[in-house]
Ligand binder design. Structure first.
Ligand SMILES: [Mn+2]
Length: 450
């Protein structure tokens, strides 16, 4: 099909769904926000400014209900044209209709989400230029911005043994060429961040893997991306997204602490922050809150892929985050560092395979946006108490021997002298259950007030 015949604007794809509005917690309308009120001020900023919600193109627009045992369960009306460019244009129109109706300020995509790869790099790049022109127009018309873009370096068989860490140098070159293109796209679309998720950067077995050489390659690759972004004036925040496993047995970006060690070892700390995903935290055997805290403590929490896993399944189920407790604990870390800066909360979450109605896409996002609104309200109320709890628990380090220890004015002989000449330490309760009950009380207050 020639480009002239492609319809770049079409009919509505969600004609029966209105723009979603805040109606309050008493509303019985499933297509309304119960707690997320975009204009409500929370500690000086609106909810919309705090939460910076982004819609993920891959799950929301391209999710088909496929799983490892089963074929797609849904066919989306924007995904039916036989021509790849027409399909991409339809999907872009549906996407921006969805983003507008759900009232999200941002979206995120991989190159392969917005248009299908062609048979060779030159033609793939030409296709990307086509769809980026449409995305640029839609961004201008709607005011919706690109939170981040990224490059799919894991689906195509050429990347089966990794991208930057592939044992074949020609694949590394191909991966770099694709990242180069997407840095240009990010620059053109004003992306506020650019994400590196090492989809298949890892290994299946050390019998065929030179781990040190692969890690060295990954660092060189990232420096190459930093240099090229600088060259073209693309000043987005670069983000690395930790993931412990899946699809590889071991992923090099295992968890936040592993990523920080890698970035420090290779001198990349100044150029990257972390994009923390809830379900990737659980794959690493950590809580979401733990990973956020590790990143934040290092000044490296840049953005969040908000979702949840299933403790009984154990793989990356990418469900919508709806547990108030989890969203509240996450928002405490985010508020405590003064927000996410150029980052946001990206819904890296998909419908369950059996949720086949078009409106389910809206209902799922509404539930999670509401859950983060509740989390924000709880965090805003609880943060001062949280700081007070920590300050009290560690106050023996504010004076005397504790203060000397923190300011490096003490040695082991002086410690021994203190221990010998003072009463035996007494146990001091951590009051965990009391704090848990208090936290539930604040959650209850927030729910009652809404
Ligand atoms: Mn995931």
């Amino acid at each position: 099909m020639s480009q002239e015949k492609i319809i770049t604007r079409g009919p509505e794809f969600f004609p029966n769904i209105p723009r979603i509005n805040y109606e309050g917690s008493d509303s019985k309308n499933p297509l309304s926000f119960k707690w997320y009120n975009p204009v409500q001020k929370v500690g000086g900023k609106t909810m919309k400014e705090h939460l910076r919600f982004a819609i993920s193109y891959w799950h929301t627009m391209q999710g088909e209900g496929r799983d490892i045992f089963g074929n797609p369960t849904v066919v989306r009306p924007w995904n039916t044209a036989s021509d790849a460019k027409q399909r991409a244009a339809d999907t872009a129109n549906a996407a921006f209709e969805f983003f507008t109706k759900i009232d999200a300020g941002y979206y995120c995509f991989h190159d392969a989400d917005v248009i299908e790869e062609a048979g060779n790099l030159r033609e793939s790049n030409e296709r990307i230029d086509f769809i980026v022109g449409i995305l640029e127009e839609l961004q201008t018309e709607t005011g919706i911005k690109l939170l981040w873009n990224t490059t799919n370096l894991f689906s195509n068989p050429r990347f089966m043994a990794g991208a930057a860490t592939n044992p074949d140098a020609s694949v590394v070159a191909y991966a770099a060429a694709k990242v180069k293109k997407m840095l240009e796209v990010g620059s053109k679309l004003g992306a506020e961040n650019y994400v590196f998720w090492g989809g298949r950067e890892g290994y299946e077995t050390l019998m065929n893997t030179d781990m040190q050489r692969e890690l060295d390659h990954m660092a060189k690759f990232l420096f190459g991306a930093v240099d090229y972004a600088k060259k073209i004036g693309f000043d987005a925040q670069f983000l690395i997204e930790p993931k412990a496993m899946e699809p590889s047995k071991h992923q090099y970006d295992h968890d936040a602490a592993t990523c920080l060690n890698f970035l420090r070892e290779y001198g990349l700390m100044d150029y990257f922050k972390l994009n923390i995903e809830a379900n990737h935290a659980t794959l690493a055997g950590h809580s979401f809150e733990h990973e956020l805290t590790v990143a934040s403590n290092a000044g490296m929490l840049g953005s969040v892929d908000s979702n949840r896993g299933d403790v009984l399944l154990g793989w990356d189920t990418d469900q919508f985050a709806i547990e108030f407790y989890d969203t509240a604990r996450a928002m405490i870390v985010i508020l405590n560092q003064g927000g996410l800066g150029s980052g946001g909360l990206n819904f890296d979450a998909k419908l369950r395979r059996g949720s086949t109605d078009l409106e389910d896409l809206f209902i799922a996002h509404i539930g999670s946006m509401d859950a983060f609104a509740v989390g924000l309200l709880v965090a805003e109320k609880y943060l001062a108490r949280h700081k007070e709890i920590l300050a009290n628990r560690y106050n023996s380090f504010d004076s005397g021997i504790g203060e000397q220890f923190e300011s490096d004015n003490i040695d082991f002989e002086a410690f021994e002298n203190h221990a010998l000449n003072n009463p035996e330490p007494v146990t001091i309760s951590g009051k965990q259950e009391l704090l848990e009950n208090e936290f539930n009380g604040i959650l209850n207050d927030v729910m009652k007030a809404a």
